[in-house]
Design a protein around this ligand. Sequence first.
Ligand code: ZN
Length: 558
Amino acid sequence: MKFSDMPYERVDYAAFKSELEALTEQLKKASSKEEAFETVLKNDKLMGHASTMRTICHIRHDIDTTDEYYAKEKAYYDEVGPTIEEAIVAFEEALYNCPFRDYLVEKFGPVSFKNMEISMRSFKPEMVPMFQKENALTTEYGKLLAEPKIEWEGEMLNLSLMSKYTTDPDREVRKKAFAKVNAFMLSVQPRLDEIYDELVKLRTERAKILGYDNFLKLGYDEMRRNDYGPEEVKVFREEVKKKIVPLATKIHENRRKRLGIDHLYFYDTTDFAYGSPRPTGTPEEILAAGKQMYAELSPETKEFFDFMTENELFDVLGRKTKRGGGYMTSLPDYDYAPFIFANFNGTQHDVEVITHEAGHAFQGFVTRKNYPEMNEIGMETAEIHSMSMEFFTEPWMEKFFADKKDDYVLSHLEGAVTFIPYGCMVDEFQHIVYEHPEFTPEERRKEWLKLEKVYRPHMDYADDEFYNNGGLWQRQQHIYNSPFYYIDYCLAQTVALEYKAWMDEDYKAAWDSYLKLCKLSASDFYSKMLPKVGLKVPFEKGCLDKTVEVISKKLGLC
Ligand code: ZN
């Protein structure tokens, strides 16, 4: 069904709750393994329908943030959503304690049961009012950053639309664009500080309800980290400091030479003297090129892309009233059909949507007939599907960048490497923040500046007031909206780089491994699945050595 034809109706949470409670009773009284299994499937359907309505509402709200109908509907879900958490947990508890659990684990795999254990230990009904406040704060944050309040050549633009000018080939334009953007950021910084401060305190308060000292353990639990903890992540970050930071510094220096300037400042965001490779086509042509590319890549990707375009499951054109950012989500009522949301703005980013977000959607597509319990992938795994697809699609980049194809491939690889230290910095920052909930906003920003010196010693913020007061992270939506999410990108990028090294040696073998990993979905835990498809687990000392060696050679930097 086309997205525009999909009916929407507000979820009646009172009715939903009583149905859910009835299923919980039914499961508790189940007299056979088959009956228990059937009850779980009914619950999947009920949850799936509520999720579909909520998702349609969110998408339509994001597509036009000024649409009052869906803004009201979204506010309703923000407000009422958390109040049914308790009934959901009650069902999970009944499922977890079901006498036929062994049979159900056999049917659904071990991951969802581990996730249930985590969700049971991480929720208490007393947290509901705090979740409601957090929702209101993150919504306010999103709105604040989406407002078109930046005056640019007679027009009022928002941050997302300004990125075209902060990456302009003309250094003076970039400088001026950054000055405007950061003056705007500075003007909203007091409120951004307050919002984050309140979020940190609310999250800490929730952790205290569970008897924890701080939010760390709860934050990991809320990310459903069912396979590793802060110690493993720390090993990874230390490896990054040792191996990737020096490589990123070399890349930075290489770029300086390529640009032919004496010194790089933060506003020197382009990779080449002419700017950065931009797609040559219109958004419509980019979509058409994507269709052709996926038709050629594999039978599975062809089927996927045809399905997406036929059903209007891409909303990728940038518009003023559209929410910023991009994501992929899915619609359970329609066989878990994937949906891609993005803001095309005439930069490389547009192509990354066709490759990155489509990677997520592709994985969702090939596993859409699984029981949802088999698809509870962690984000560190989900981002492998997307970030690796960015590399697997490289042979087709001529369709998007014409004669600048090689430049794109180079800048994409450099960007993948230099992203990892940035992402680890975002992660370490959050560890510090939640371990010290007593910090003032100024102290937090000071900690950010200290981390900048460790992870990006080559960055120079000139006299920019916003960056020099340690505010850069305040544009990073994940820090506000999804605590501890960011490291997933770094872990996944590491694996994607491993695939990059592999595919240059043997594309077919690397693709087969990737397809196998996509299909494994969440049938097992992260660190068990990677070796099954011939990949390394990034929590071991030396895990980056080989990849860094191959990539350095590729970049001519060793
Ligand atoms: Zn992603």
